[in-house]
Design a protein around this ligand. Structure first.
Ligand SMILES: [Zn+2]
Ligand SMILES: [Zn+2]
Length: 217
């Protein structure tokens, strides 16, 4: 089943509303969509959602479809930000167009390229796919911000996510470069990490911009 872009956008919002925010339904009018719109009919016809008194309810059959749509959206966000470096409004617009192109298989390729990220740039969880589960099973634990590390945990630096050149240079001078090993020594009151034989202290904001691949102990 291939849904129209608008139907995908609706089920995406519906899934977030119900599964993440714990709401009972989605009011399509909040998306400026009339309850009798063709895209709503598409969802009810395919038994993914149910319309009652103008409100849209997620059906069990629609849960996986919604989950995968949210996954594609957040993967597209990661791709725009981390790889293509598109931010702000242009980035967000491109995400909305691009996510619909990430069909079965393409999302897996992008997910693998990005090392199975667990969160989108806004910190929302990316629902894991088969590839993520498989990667975790084989010892690749994915890439997370340094702030998710526990004291004493070791990893490999995957990438730095900052637009600020000064910050980037500061980190590079510390040896924070992709491929280098990093150990989190302490996480409170500031983040102290070790790269090579040197230890550095940084604040939370900067620690959030260092993305580290977890390594199986
Ligand atoms: Zn996001
Ligand atoms: Zn994955």
């Amino acid at each position: 089943m291939k849904l129209s872009e608008q139907a995908e956008d609706i089920i995406e919002r519906l899934w977030i509303e119900v599964e993440e925010d714990g709401g009972p339904f989605l009011d399509p009018e909040t998306m400026f969509i009339k309850p009798d719109a063709e895209s709503i009919k598409e969802l009810t016809r395919n038994a993914l959602a149910e319309l009652k008194n103008g409100m849209l309810y997620l059906r069990a059959e629609g849960r996986e479809v919604g989950r995968m749509t949210v996954r594609r959206h957040r993967l597209a966000e990661r791709l725009m930000m981390d790889v293509l470096n598109l931010r702000g409004e242009t980035g967000q617009m491109k995400v909305c167009q691009f996510e619909h192109l990430l069909t079965e298989g393409v999302d897996t390729k992008i997910c693998t390229m990005l090392n199975h990220p667990t969160t989108c740039p806004h910190g929302k969880p990316i629902p894991p796919g088969e590839c993520c589960i498989e990667a975790r099973r084989s010892g690749d634990l994915g890439v997370v911000p340094l702030t998710e590390f526990k004291s004493g945990q070791e990893g490999e630096i995957a990438y730095i996510q900052t637009e600020d050149n000064k910050k980037m240079q500061k980190l590079m001078a510390m040896g924070v470069l992709p491929g280098n090993r990093i150990v989190l020594v302490q996480s409170f009151p500031s983040y102290i990490f070790r790269v090579g034989f040197s230890e550095f202290a940084i604040d939370t904001a900067l620690a959030k911009e260092i993305f580290v691949r977890r390594i199986q102990p």
